[in-house]
Design a binder for this molecule. Structure first.
Ligand SMILES: C[S@@+](CC[C@H](N)C(=O)[O-])C[C@H]1O[C@@H](n2cnc3c(N)ncnc32)[C@H](O)[C@@H]1O
Length: 398
């Protein structure tokens, strides 16, 4: 969570607040998360929040020091696409906007004082790419290098608040000592999602990850060309990305990768959609399916697997309307697996469809039925035309 550069610092309306999560196991202490929040948020947070997380067991990763990129997260066994890798509460939460007042150093430090000694010691080992001049407090430096952006929902009347109407004022960051060990790659194999009801971040696999492989996530807009990505990563995180999508030996290969990403950026916004196809019976039956199937290899080549569920889901819905149960099951199952952690509501919907596609998918086979009735009508018209023609040759039959 780099500090937003387009916004000048604002007077700080923030207050310290401890978010308490009730324990799931008996006789254990509640989890306390120190936070710096806008006062209007506090009444919106249930306190204590339910469901602190159970202690982690048998996690599929290890964190270890590397030679050239600090600590990193590695798979300790093969990880399947869509699998949950780590579920974690933030150790503290702070606003994306920098604090302006003269006591900002103390405000950040106070967040550090609200965590346990062992958590503080772990936090001190996390990357801090900010100089003392930029961020005099280690808490702020670690947060600006690591925090995962968190968007809270504010009440609609918050728009009239002069602070909350500023850009980025509704954004916060949460520091997660394990998930934050993921280094960046321009074709990452993992992603994360906040789950606000119990204030946890979930890291999950975007594709298969082999045992020993580094687990990476994305720190910047991956649809931008390499040169833009490098400048942004250097500016915000002070490193030069040397992932395979930034270090092609052949300049032509680099150009192709940049062009592929630009194309995918346009495709995401302008692709032929299932919704339009579903309502436009003049479009060929395989219009969306063929278009998406042509793009998927490019997505995979660029390592942009986070885009896959969008297109796999649309292909699945097309096959459902075409009444092709075998193909429907292939794409529904693949999508369900990929979104299990990132979009559990969609995963549950797909599970219901998979239990009984014909009964549970609302427009099951609709396009196929329409095509069949079209063909039947065409046959009737052809038969009538044939009869008229025969009548014209031999006179009407009785
Ligand atoms: C969120 S932290 C990642 C974990 C960090 N390596 C650590 O030791 O805690 C971000 C910092 O990790 C390093 N980093 C992340 N991705 C990198 C990469 N692809 N190459 C080199 N350094 C990287 C940079 O120093 C960056 O500021």
């Amino acid at each position: 969570m780099p500090s937003p550069k387009c916004v000048s610092p604002v007077p700080s309306p923030y207050v310290h607040h401890t978010i308490t999560l009730s324990p799931t196991l008996p006789n254990t202490a509640p989890t306390e998360i120190p936070a710096l929040l806008h006062p209007s948020m506090i009444p919106l947070l249930p306190n204590p929040l339910p469901n602190a997380l159970p202690p982690p067991i048998d996690e599929p990763f290890v964190v270890r020091k590397t030679e050239d990129r600090g600590y990193a997260m590695f798979a300790s066994r093969p990880i399947l696409p869509g699998t949950l890798i780590k579920l974690e509460h933030p150790i503290f939460i702070l606003p994306a906007l920098p604090l302006e007042d003269s006591s900002s150093y103390e405000s950040y430090e106070r967040l550090g004082q609200g965590i346990t000694e062992s958590t503080y010691a772990e936090m001190e080992t996390m990357a801090n790419c900010r100089s003392k001049d930029e961020c005099p407090s280690i808490v702020e430096g670690v947060a600006r290098t690591n925090a995962l952006t968190l968007g809270f929902h504010f009440p609609s009347d918050s728009e009239s608040d002069p602070h909350l109407s500023k850009p980025h004022a509704k954004h916060y960051g949460g520091v997660c000592p394990k998930i934050n060990r993921c280094n960046h790659a321009c074709g990452p194999n993992a992603s994360y999602k906040w789950f606000l009801p119990n204030l946890s971040a979930r890291l999950y696999a975007l594709r298969s990850i082999a045992a020993g492989e580094e687990i990476t996530k994305n720190y910047t807009d991956l649809l931008q060309p390499r040169s833009t990505r490098l400048v942004k990563l250097e500016g915000d995180y002070k490193f030069t990305c040397d992932c395979k999508w930034c270090t092609f030996a052949d300049p032509e290969a680099q150009e192709k990768s940049d062009a592929a990403r630009a194309f995918l950026g346009t495709y995401v916004n302008t692709h032929p959609s299932y919704r339009k196809w579903s309502m436009d019976l003049c479009l060929p039956d395989t219009f969306v399916i063929e278009s998406h199937l042509a793009v998927i290899p490019l997505i995979e080549k660029e390592g942009l697997d986070a885009l896959l569920p969008l297109f796999l889901e649309e292909i699945m819905r097309c096959y459902a309307e075409l009444g092709d149960e075998d193909q429907f099951r292939v794409y529904a199952e693949r999508t369900r697996q990929l979104v299990a952690v990132g979009d559990p509501e969609l995963a549950a919907e797909l599970e219901r469809y998979l239990e009984n596609p014909v009964g549970n998918f609302p427009k099951w086979g609709a396009r196929r039925k329409f095509r069949e009735s079209q063909a039947k009508q065409r046959r009737v018209v052809e038969e009538e035309e044939e009869d008229l023609f025969m009548d014209s040759l031999f006179g009407p039959s009785d």
